[in-house]
Design a protein around this ligand. Structure first.
Ligand SMILES: O=C(O)CCC(=O)C(=O)O
Ligand SMILES: [Fe+2]
Length: 300
């Protein structure tokens, strides 16, 4: 079976893609080993970290609102999240316009004690989370482009970490998160693209539209898996990642959040109770530079 990833289709367990993302539960109680694993791979998969019922409650509340909006197939069971066969919207994994779906049950999961404790241990001190939830309801056909989070939120500490939380089971055909193993160590990328800022530079935030390039030219490998309710993935700020294309008939629902140490600088776009978020990048007036032009400018 082939998996669609942007313009490419990859066979799994090939040099391009593996569905065997390694779980780090074996070192969950060993802070030193956990940090070493994150540093080596650029990500940590922790299976079954959250209480499944709490995650399912968040899923149910989100899907209830989506059903009221007519986005779901009325003939399918609510919790399956099957998209309406006659979609009224363009399929996107964008996080904009999702405020009404960010219920208390969602916040209880993503800011809960269990996940906070993991970040306190990884970061070695008191931690805070950005008060913005990158909630994604990715319809059939949607995918996230290849990027590192630093270009969207790199004005504060580079010790910032992302937490990707699937809100329900997400099989590989549903367009899950896909990370490029060890790409956070690629100096030529970090020192060029990794220093860019989408609002200052008016760039797309995307490193490449060709997933095969990161394998063929940079020597990386794309890694994902079948995620289950309760799992989380923690991702380094410089790690290149995106999502496979959602080729199923169901919404892929997930939320990404950010944690950092409280005593380190915070990116001003994401600080405070009502973060101002992206100004230039999200403004309809801004003309963003093409990926090709940015890459030529960076000489990479
Ligand atoms: O869920 C996605 O499609 C992308 C997630 C992502 O980019 C992130 O968690 O930083
Ligand atoms: Fe990201």
């Amino acid at each position: 079976m082939k998996y669609q990833f942007g313009r490419c289709e990859f066979e799994a367990e090939s040099k391009y893609l593996t569905l065997r993302m390694r779980a780090s539960n074996d070192v969950l109680d060993d802070t030193h080993a956990l940090r070493e694993r994150l540093d080596a791979d650029g990500f940590l998969l922790l299976r079954d970290l959250h209480d499944r019922d709490e995650v399912l409650e968040a899923r149910r509340e989100i899907l209830t609102v989506m059903a009221e909006e007519g986005r779901l197939d009325p003939d399918a069971s609510l919790m399956d999240g099957v998209a309406h066969p006659d979609p009224k919207e363009v399929a996107t994994s964008s996080v904009r316009g999702r405020e009404h779906l960010k219920t208390d049950s969602l916040k209880r999961v993503v800011y809960g004690r269990r996940i906070r404790t993991v970040f306190e241990r990884l970061l070695g001190g008191d931690v805070m989370s950005y008060n913005f939830q990158w909630l994604r309801t990715a319809a059939p056909g949607a995918a996230s482009p290849i990027h590192a989070d630093v270009v969207y939120m790199g004005r504060g500490t580079h010790g910032l970490l992302t937490c990707w939380t699937p809100l329900g089971d997400i099989t590989p055909d549903m367009g899950p998160l896909v990370v490029c193993q060890s790409s956070h160590k690629w100096r030529n990328v970090i020192e060029t693209y990794g220093r860019s800022d989408v609002d200052r530079d008016r760039t797309q935030g995307v490193f490449t539209n060709n997933p095969a390039e990161l394998v063929d030219t940079f020597g990386g490998r794309w890694v994902t898996t079948a995620f289950a309710t309760g799992d989380v993935v923690i991702v380094n700020l410089f790690n290149l990642h995106g999502s496979l294309t959602n080729c199923s008939n169901r919404y892929r629902i997930s939320c990404d959040t950010r944690y950092q140490r409280t005593d380190e600088p915070v990116d001003d776009r994401w600080s405070g109770t009502h973060p101002k978020a992206h100004d230039a990048f999200w403004s309809p007036e801004t003309k963003l530079e093409s990926v090709e032009t940015s890459r030529a400018r960076w000489g990479i």
